[in-house]
Unconditional design. Structure first.
Length: 261
């Protein structure tokens, strides 16, 4: 599986992105004004981040896991935890890490400036799940890499986690109207679009809720779960005040946005 890592990641990315784009077009949750005009800039951030990652850390989190394995480093290895336990546990614990990382990026002003690029999207769709500043992506990789080494996470589990994280980010940002009979049971396990959309409200108390990306349990366990926005899914205002104007959605503006107050 690891030998096919680039194909697995690219195939999953393109497959889920295409599926979400088609589904949200067929079953939109909210009307959109900018719609697909935002996609070039959102995808442009991915392209810049990909080039930067290739230059700085070409092996990525999976490469870090392979190195740690070759050195016999990590809690799971030191305590002799079998692979069938270490694999699933690594996926769950890495997802928990991303939950807390997300909270920290909201709480620390300098990190919020980076993460604000994601929240400043005035509309939500699958492309919003890719809209992260390249420096935030680098910091996230460093945090994940440290956790992978500390845990001794198997490389296969890290690959599974990376694919899941990317796929669920595309899914829970989609402008997709799931029927209530499906959303209710699904969000008991996974973060659904209606659940995560609350997190993109302009109201700070709602923005500082529903931090999960994949598993929805963390928000319930740590008291950050909000079931629905106060103004309703259609009445809520998405984005960050001062950054909703059309020119602010240009790629150059997004890259420089962390320098602005």
């Amino acid at each position: 599986m690891l030998a096919q890592e680039p194909l697995i990641r690219l195939g999953a990315f393109l497959g889920v992105l295409t599926a979400m784009a088609l589904l949200e077009h067929a079953f939109p949750r909210r009307p959109q004004r900018l719609a697909w005009r935002r996609w070039p800039s959102n995808l442009g951030l991915v392209a810049v981040a990909s080039v930067l990652l290739r230059l700085v850390a070409p092996a990525g989190a999976v490469g870090v896991a392979l190195w740690a394995g070759s050195q016999g480093i990590g809690l799971f290895r030191w305590f002799g935890v079998p692979g069938w336990v270490a694999g699933p546990a690594s996926v769950v614990l890495l997802d928990l890490l991303i939950y807390f990382q997300h909270r920290v990026f909201h709480a620390v002003p300098a990190l919020w400036r980076l993460h604000r690029v994601h929240h400043a999207d005035p509309e939500l769709d699958a492309s919003s799940g890719l809209r992260f500043h390249p420096v935030e992506i680098l910091l996230s990789l460093a945090i994940k890499g440290a956790a992978v080494v500390a845990l001794g996470a198997p490389a296969e589990a890290v690959l599974v986690f990376e694919v899941l994280l990317n796929a669920t980010s595309l899914f829970n940002h989609a402008n997709l109207a799931l029927p209530a009979w499906l959303d209710r049971p699904l969000r008991r396990v996974l973060v659904t679009p209606d659940m995560h959309r609350v997190h993109h409200s302009e109201i700070r108390a709602e923005m500082d809720s529903d931090f999960g990306f994949c598993l929805s349990c963390w928000d319930r366990i740590f008291g950050t779960y909000v079931a629905a926005p106060a103004k309703g899914q259609l009445g809520m205002v998405i984005g960050v005040q001062g950054f909703r104007a059309d020119p602010e959605q240009r790629l150059d503006r997004l890259l420089l946005q962390p320098l602005k107050d």
